[in-house]
Every structure is written in structure tokens, then in C-alpha cells.
Design a protein around this ligand. Structure first.
Ligand SMILES: Nc1ncnc2c1ncn2[C@@H]1O[C@H](COP(=O)(O)OP(=O)(O)O)[C@@H](O)[C@H]1O
Ligand SMILES: [Mg+2]
Length: 269
């Protein structure tokens, strides 16, 4: 099981869109994926995946010794499961809910290890866990970084946000230093690129100049099709219609780059 956090301080940098489409593309490749929505705004679970809250909430699990496995709900796709976000996460984020070892809660939940009736660990069923973060460097985002093996940073080409990017990388460095020394930056993904504008090309080049090989070769263009797929609650790889094909290929290519970086060589793990 590989855990990837989708993180950037900036709102609208395509964290949820990327988590949604990467989860879809990995599922299409034959992997079993668990998508955890840590953003109280519920974009990934409710808006994009159309999943309502589970009986037991994630916020409840994070403040108790309960099992995160009991919060998992199915999606429309047989190999894609979801831990939905809930409003209770807001109180954890703001510090209103005081808990000991707050930064370590998600990591500990993912290691608690509930068994299914046949004695197997429930979470062992999953090849990948994708965690969608809120647009701030807060306790929830720290929980994701402490729990994850990898962090993928989506960067919006059109909206600048280079200061936010530097702050995000700095926050990741502090997560590595204090809590999770094996956390690796999987890569920076340049998103929402309008290749006709000089501004976007300049942003892309500036990010590549600073972050070099850490930037994925794959770039996601700005397209109404990508926005539509979220509205249709259907990852691009599962959207019918030739107009989506080009974008489906982009997410497949991104996943191949992810697999290479993680060291998985083709096929299902
Ligand atoms: N490549 C893209 N082309 C067009 N619209 C995009 C693209 N990526 C994301 N968007 C849109 O931008 C908005 C913000 O994306 P979202 O993934 O919710 O960002 P975040 O989770 O970082 O706040 C959404 O309306 C989404 O549909
Ligand atoms: Mg989001």
C-alpha cells in the first residue's frame, strides 16, 4: 500500500481534481484505491465522487481509538473506495477539538489494522491511498503529510502562487524533519496550463528552473472537459466521448510517471 498526499497551500491549485483523476486512472489500471477526503469542504468525496457521509465519521475516528476501516464507503467504481470528509474536521483543523498527538492521528489510524472476518487486514486490500488536503497548512494537512509515503504538489500555472508553493515545500520539509523522515516529494504537477499564454509558459519554466527533475514531465492543460468530468462525477478516464480521450491519456501518462517514481514497474502490484 502506497500513500500519496495531494498538497498545496493554495486553493484552486487542482488538488481535488488531481486526486480524483489519479484515483480514477489507477483504478482503471487494475489497482484498488482508497480516497481519503481530509478537506472539510468535502470537494473530493461529496462534489466529485458523489459519496455521502459514512455512518461513522472520519473526525470521530481521528479523536478516538475507533477504526478508520469503519468509515470506508464504496464509490460508483468497484475498485475505488472513499473515506468521506465531514464537518467535524473543522473543529480539529481550528484546534477547537483538543487532542493529544494531533499530528499523528491519521498515521496511527492507518496502522491500527482492523481485520475482516477472514482474518485479513482490511487496508491490505488497497494498493494505493490518495489523500486530498485542505487549502491551508494546518493540522489536517500535517496529518496527511505524517501519514503519507509520498506527496504530490499540484501547481496552478495560471494563478502564479509561487510564494504558496515555496511555503508548501517548507511545510513538507518540517513534516519530514519532525515527524516523517521517509516522506518523499513524488513530484510537482503543473496544471491548468493555457499554452497560448506567455504567462503560463513563464510560470511553467520558472517552476522547472527551481524544482528541476521534481517536476513531472506530464503537464495538465486547462480544459473545460476536465471541469466537466468533475461535474459529471466521473474521472476523465471513465468519461465516454472522444472529446475526453486526450485528457484521459494525460492522466494515464501521469500515473505511469508516478509508478516509475515509486518504483513499480508496470501492472498491478
Ligand atoms: N486542468 C484544468 N482545466 C480546467 N479547470 C480545472 C483544471 N483543473 C482544475 N480545474 C478547476 O479548477 C477549480 C479548482 O480545482 P480543485 O481541484 O477543486 O482545486 P483545489 O482542490 O486545489 O482547491 C475547479 O473548479 C476545477 O474544476
Ligand atoms: Mg480541494
Amino acid at each position: 500500500m502506497q500513500i500519496i498526499s495531494f498538497t498545496n497551500l493554495k486553493g484552486g491549485s487542482a488538488k481535488s481534481t488531481t486526486a480524483f483523476n489519479v484515483a480514477g486512472a489507477l483504478t482503471e489500471m487494475g489497482y484498488r484505491v482508497l480516497a481519503i477526503d481530509l478537506d472539510p469542504q468535502q470537494t473530493l468525496s461529496l462534489s466529485y465522487l458523489g459519496v455521502l457521509s459514512s455512518e461513522k465519521s472520519l473526525s470521530q475516528v481521528l479523536v478516538t481509538d475507533d477504526f478508520i476501516e469503519d468509515t470506508i464507503v464504496p464509490s460508483r467504481y468497484p475498485d475505488l473506495f472513499v473515506v468521506p470528509s465531514d464537518h467535524g474536521l473543522k473543529a480539529i483543523k481550528s484546534g477547537q477539538t483538543q487532542i493529544e498527538g494531533v499530528e499523528l492521528r491519521l498515521r496511527s489510524c492507518l496502522r491500527r489494522g482492523k481485520q475482516s472476518v477472514d482474518g485479513q487486514l482490511v487496508l491490505d486490500e488497497f494498493d494505493w491511498v490518495v489523500i486530498d488536503c485542505p487549502p491551508s497548512l494546518d493540522r489536517l494537512t500535517m496529518n496527511a503529510l505524517v501519514a503519507a509515503d509520498y506527496v504530490l504538489i499540484p501547481v496552478d500555472a495560471g494563478a502564479g502562487g509561487r510564494t504558496a508553493l515555496a511555503d508548501t515545500v517548507e511545510y513538507i520539509t518540517s513534516a519530514q524533519k519532525w515527524y516523517n523522515p521517509t516522506l518523499r516529494i513524488l513530484g510537482l504537477l503543473i496544471n491548468n496550463v493555457n499554452s497560448n499564454t506567455v504567462y503560463d509558459q513563464t510560470t511553467e519554466q520558472a517552476v522547472r528552473d527551481i524544482y528541476g527533475e521534481q517536476v513531472f514531465r506530464t503537464v495538465v492543460p486547462s480544459s473545460v472537459r476536465i471541469r466537466e468530468s468533475a461535474e459529471l462525477q466521473t474521472p476523465v478516464v471513465f468519461c465516454a466521448g472522444s472529446e475526453y480521450r486526450k485528457y484521459a491519456e494525460i492522466y494515464r501518462r501521469l500515473c505511469l510517471e508516478i509508478l516509475t517514481r515509486v518504483g513499480v514497474t508496470g501492472g498491478k502490484t
